[in-house]
Design a protein around this ligand. Structure first.
Ligand SMILES: [Zn+2]
Length: 130
């Protein structure tokens, strides 16, 4: 790699990175790479901003959808939150041990949570199902 960069310093016209549309233009090629890098950075920032907006919106929906906090089938603590995200999307997440489950009814979500007992699930590591 070092040898190549030294070689290209001595023979810049041999560096394919110095050509644009078949024309030797080291400055133009450099500016083009900078513009592309800036565009990629802006795109990354926009995506990060969008992801954060979605995350915030989901957090608000979750907070609004919290229906009940009850005893967790795994750890036994009164830390199992049940959310009714929509009419047929129920979600249980233990705030202590992390076990979770979802279903189309409250009963089914609780059942799926209980079925996962001992599987080592943690919605904080795995990512929330919502
Ligand atoms: Zn628990």
């Amino acid at each position: 790699m070092g040898e190549w960069s030294e070689y290209f310093e001595d023979f810049p016209e041999e560096n394919p990175g110095n050509w644009i549309n078949g024309k030797f233009d080291p400055l133009g090629a450099k500016l083009q790479r900078q513009r592309e890098a800036e565009f990629e950075q802006a795109d990354k920032e926009a995506n990060a901003e969008l992801r954060q907006m979605i995350k915030d919106a989901k957090a608000k929906t979750k907070a609004r959808s919290l229906l009940v906090t009850e005893a967790c089938p795994q750890c036994g603590l009164e830390t199992l939150n049940t959310y009714r995200i929509s009419e047929r999307f129920w979600l249980c997440e233990c705030q202590d041990c992390g076990i979770y489950g979802k279903g189309t009814t409250h009963k089914q979500a609780l059942q799926h949570t209980a079925d996962a007992l001992g599987e080592g699930l943690d919605w904080r590591d795995d990512g929330s199902l919502y």
